[in-house]
Design a protein around this ligand. Structure first.
Ligand code: PHB
Ligand code: FE
Length: 339
């Protein structure tokens, strides 16, 4: 995950707050309540229900897409700003509290007054999302994996995949491979789509007096061995500057709404990005990024990426405190450069 302020998502905190039904006698899945929201799933779809204008409204999301989005939201500790699961449902991080909303950032639903938003303490919504992932992820389905590298999310309840949804998060302190820091991925296989990536490590020759103070590793090799997709991990930390490289295949399972500027450096292959307005989702731009391209994603947009061939992307995050307030107040412009 790409946050510096780390939330311990591995503990079972607030589990007693989770409101879950007994398993449905036909499908085997539990239903969950979170405030006035109700969430349930069947063989193909997740159904989210909420109250608006005196009626119950509902929205369906395919189960695989929902589990991929929820997995990212949980693993990233609700990330920076907005995590839109699709054009209707999403979360907004207030760093301590989290909004769950339906239609609030969809221009049409908002205009019709059928949107709904409720705020939760982070541990409560986290515990519910984790319980949903546990119950709704079947054996053989890995929400972090590319579709070609995982089994099916569909059908009636069939076992679970706890190992996949509780992967140990990589939280690099300075750089992988340093003593007491995250390991290089020598024990993981090279991904099928990165078979051509050179696996040599750089030689380190420190001048006298600098032994143990100079470090280098082969980032392309490191990324070629990533077993997850669309999961920027903090890989170098220099004050508030976080390099969060990631490997991408198929679709970013969320439309991320930025609360700060992010820079993208395309390290290999190609990603196409759809960019929309952060508040109502109306389309703004489409960008094709090829190896070597650099792009600044403004602070007032949402974006979703598509990568047919597994590719390598460096997401450069700015963890300076109070950035969301500085953009929202207008003190900072939403884009980093004037042309
Ligand atoms: C982003 O929202 O900036 C983002 C999220 C996940 C990725 C890449 C980019 O894998
Ligand atoms: Fe983003």
């Amino acid at each position: 995950m790409a946050m510096l302020e780390t939330l311990d998502t591995s503990s079972e905190f607030a589990t007693d707050e989770v409101e879950a039904s007994l398993p449905d006698p036909r499908t085997g899945y539990r239903a969950f309540a979170l405030g006035a929201f109700k969430l349930s799933r069947d063989e193909y779809f997740v159904r989210i229900e909420w109250p608006a204008k005196g009626q119950t409204r509902s929205h369906l999301i395919p189960a695989d897409a929902f589990l991929r989005a929820t997995m990212r939201d949980v693993a990233w500790g609700f990330f920076y700003g907005w995590v839109n699961f699709d054009h209707v449902i999403g979360t907004r991080n207030h760093y301590g509290k989290v909004d769950l909303y339906a239609g609030t950032f969809n221009g049409v639903l908002r205009e019709a007054g059928v949107d709904y938003c409720e705020q939760f303490e982070t541990p409560n919504i986290m515990a519910t999302f984790k319980a949903i992932l546990r119950d709704w992820t079947n054996a053989g389905f890995d929400p972090f994996a590319a579709p070609e590298e995982t089994g099916s999310a569909f059908g009636p309840k069939n076992g679970d995949n706890i190992e996949a949804i509780e992967r140990v998060r990589i939280a690099t302190k300075r750089m992988p491979g340093l003593p007491d820091d995250s390991p290089l991925r020598d024990h993981l296989p090279v991904n099928r789509q990165f078979a051509d990536v050179v696996q040599d490590e750089p030689q380190i020759h420190a001048a006298e007096g600098f032994e143990g103070r100079l470090h280098a590793f082969n980032l392309f090799k490191y990324l070629s061995r990533s077993d997850v997709t669309w999961n920027p991990s903090v890989t170098s930390v220099c004050k508030a500057s976080l390099f969060c490289p990631t490997t991408e295949e198929f679709i970013l399972p969320v439309f991320h709404g930025n609360d700060r500027i992010e820079w993208f450096l395309q390290l290999s292959d190609e990603i196409i990005w759809d960019i929309g307005d952060k508040d109502d989702g109306s389309p703004r731009a489409r960008i094709t990024m090829r190896a070597g391209d650099i792009c600044a994603m403004p602070a007032d947009i949402r974006h979703q990426g598509y990568s047919t061939k597994r590719s390598m992307l460096l997401v450069w995050e700015n963890a300076t405190p109070n950035l969301p307030q500085r953009y929202e107040s207008g003190e900072l412009k939403p884009y980093p450069a004037d042309f």
